[in-house]
Design a binder for this molecule. Structure first.
Ligand code: ADP
Length: 235
């Protein structure tokens, strides 16, 4: 069994000060995500899920605590160094897909490759894009524009885009929030299949049914991790 930690949080705290009032959004979160894990983070509105996801995604800094991604300590890095780390190690999947409607599916996937320091030759780019579209069973839509596709298909394209730079972890925010239950179920099934093929995933959701599909479930309450169920350990 591989025990490499993709993500390691130690005593992460985050406070916001607004109008002279301090809100402690995270109050000492510890978390280790191991390669190959499928983790869900759920909890009521305002418990700190988005704050945690923003910190994990290197979009925001904690007030205190340590964060290592792929073994790299992110504290003290400047904006450019954080962007490079984010591009290399993290794939994002958002509730609202965030695809660019003016670009074809192919070009939507080519965009993150262009900003990567992997610098693939154009034939390799094509192969990588085709491979990622095949993973989400959308190879036949490579020349379509996102607005010619259903919501469920768009989310699958967004998942393929998140995979294109071969990240160490996918950070997934309410992946079914904009989908009806049929499309939502299909997207969740696809995420399960991707994890079974080895993709490490960290998903925030308020939907208990979907949170249950993860192998490991975490709950946040008022900025504190209150419970953890490791279904793998439970057998
Ligand atoms: P969730 O995603 O679980 O709904 P959030 O992480 O958005 O929770 O928020 C956690 C707490 O931090 C809430 O009390 C929220 O009001 C507060 N908070 C989040 N972002 C900010 C911000 N930018 N400024 C002030 N308070 C914030």
């Amino acid at each position: 069994m591989n025990n490499k930690h993709v993500i390691e949080l130690q005593d992460i705290k985050k406070s916001f000060i607004q109008g002279g009032l301090e809100t402690q959004a995270l109050r000492g979160v510890n978390l280790q995500v191991t390669e190959g894990e499928y983790l869900s983070i759920s909890g009521p509105s305002g418990c700190g899920k988005s704050t945690l996801l923003n910190i994990l995604g290197l979009l925001d800094n904690p007030s205190s605590g340590r964060y290592h991604i792929a073994g790299v300590d992110v504290s003290g890095l400047d904006v450019n160094q954080r962007a490079t780390l984010r591009n290399k190690h993290i794939g994002f999947v958002f509730q609202s897909f965030n695809l660019i409607d003016e670009l074809s599916v192919f070009d939507n996937l080519a965009l993150p490759l262009r900003y990567s320091d992997q610098k693939l030759a154009s034939q390799q780019q094509k192969e990588r894009i085709t491979h990622c579209l095949d993973l989400v069973e959308m190879g036949h839509r490579i020349n379509h524009k996102p607005n010619q596709l259903s919501g469920g298909q768009q989310q699958r394209i967004a998942i393929a885009r998140a995979l294109v730079n071969q990240p160490d972890v996918l950070l997934i925010d309410e992946p079914t929030g904009n989908l009806d239950s049929k499309n939502g179920d299909a997207v969740m099934k696809m995420l399960t299949a991707l994890n079974q093929q080895g993709t490490t995933m960290c998903m925030v959701t308020h939907d208990p049914r979907y949170a249950d599909m993860a192998k490991r479930k975490l709950y946040l309450l008022d900025g504190v991790m209150v419970d953890e169920v490791n279904l793998e350990m439970a057998g």
